[in-house]
Design a protein around this ligand. Structure first.
Ligand SMILES: [Fe+2]
Ligand SMILES: [Fe+2]
Length: 366
């Protein structure tokens, strides 16, 4: 197994491997001149890890960053005393059966709050499709936007990377905001939280790991970084206000957002399986070592498809957790996902990934 932080060394000591990674996305960029006008695909510097693979001078480079600045954007920090910093929240892992059993699901809105949350997520999906240059022929059946995964034309690897890097940079915000607000509430009101804070913070940590994995495949250029900065400024404050006003609706909103995430990764898996994304369908494609370490991916199960199976299962967990939390009493109820159940009631303990539409309150609290 390649040690943690190895992609830096791949770049510096094995140009062939670095080029393999970079070509996976660079070639797609060069095939997509019609999308450049949107400016968004220019935002990811797909060649960031391919030092020896540059577009010819006759080919327009879509990078917004000088080639001289290409680098591993978070190289392993070498210090005199510290050998390794393991994750504070080790990943619990999944069986292959659990990962393969994940499917796109949709919880139909039942209340006005649900409906508002659902429509806001529809708006966010529309804006993301527009910004990432998704053509009509690349869209799924929009009558079933979170469950239909078939489209006439696949997205390109570059479109996928822009999409997932932007979305993952947003996805890590709500859990941190929810955890922070509940933490402050507990301090201020001198009350117990009953286990919500840790789960919310762990979810946001997990989302950040997704982002770090994808940014090992492509470094965002200045345009994308600006978009991420602006989006975080708006989204953090919107989530903060929203969580103060109605944590119930906010958890529903995140549940719908996670439905989108499961949908996105299911479609990506399908396109990899179909061979629509030749670089990522190639079993020799080298995934980032940080992913292998975080999910403890076994030997022989380290393809891009395996990686996306892990990420999708995480999103399914977030989906189940947030839909369930939205169904609970926000002030009084304990977090059922970390609670110990009374003898004889153990079967009521929820398993988030197994129920995409979330558990009803009477199923898990009684
Ligand atoms: Fe994620
Ligand atoms: Fe998620």
């Amino acid at each position: 197994m390649i040690p943690f932080g190895a992609s830096k060394r791949i770049c510096s000591s094995s140009p062939q491997q670095a080029a393999k990674l970079g070509r996976a996305v660079t070639a797609s960029f060069l095939r997509q001149p019609h999308t450049v006008g949107l400016g968004y695909l220019a935002a990811v510097e797909a060649a960031a890890i391919a030092h020896n693979h540059r577009p010819s001078s006759s080919t327009r480079s879509f990078s917004t960053t000088s080639a001289k600045q290409l680098r591993d954007i978070f190289p392993e920090k070498d210090t005199p005393f510290i050998r390794k910093t393991p994750p504070a929240w080790p990943h619990p892992g999944y069986t292959e059966e659990e990962m393969l059993a994940v499917t796109p699901e949709h919880r139909a809105p039942r209340t006005v709050g649900d409906w508002v949350a659902w429509k806001l997520v529809r708006l966010a999906r529309w804006a993301t499709d527009l910004a990432t240059g998704v053509g009509r022929d690349q869209q799924v059946d929009m009558k079933n936007p979170t469950t239909a995964v078939v489209a006439h034309k696949p997205l390109t690897e570059a479109q996928w990377l822009v999409r997932v890097i932007f979305l993952e940079s947003i996805a890590g915000v709500p859990g941190m905001v929810g955890g922070m607000v509940r933490h402050l509430h507990s301090l201020r009101r001198l009350k117990r939280d009953n286990g919500w804070i840790e789960t919310l913070l762990e979810d946001s940590y997990n989302e950040r790991m997704h982002l770090l994995v994808f940014t090992k495949m492509a470094e965002p250029g200045w345009f994308m970084k600006t978009m991420i900065l602006g989006a975080q400024g708006v989204f953090f404050n919107a989530m903060f206000l929203s969580y103060l006003l109605s944590p119930k609706i906010t958890h529903r909103f995140v549940g719908y957002l996670e439905e989108e995430a499961v949908h996105t990764y299911t479609r990506l898996l399908k396109e990899i399986e179909n061979g629509d994304l030749p670089k990522w369908s190639n079993p020799d494609f080298q995934i980032p070592e940080i992913a292998v370490t975080y999910w403890r991916m076994p030997e022989g199960k380290r393809t891009m498809k395996d990686l996306i199976l892990y990420v999708r299962a995480d999103e399914a967990v977030h989906r189940g957790i947030n839909h369930t939390l939205s169904n609970l009493n926000q002030v009084e109820d304990p977090n059922p996902f970390v609670s110990e159940y009374k003898i004889g009631s153990e079967q009521q303990k929820p398993r988030a990934a197994l129920k995409g539409t979330g558990y009803e309150r009477d199923e898990v609290i009684g």
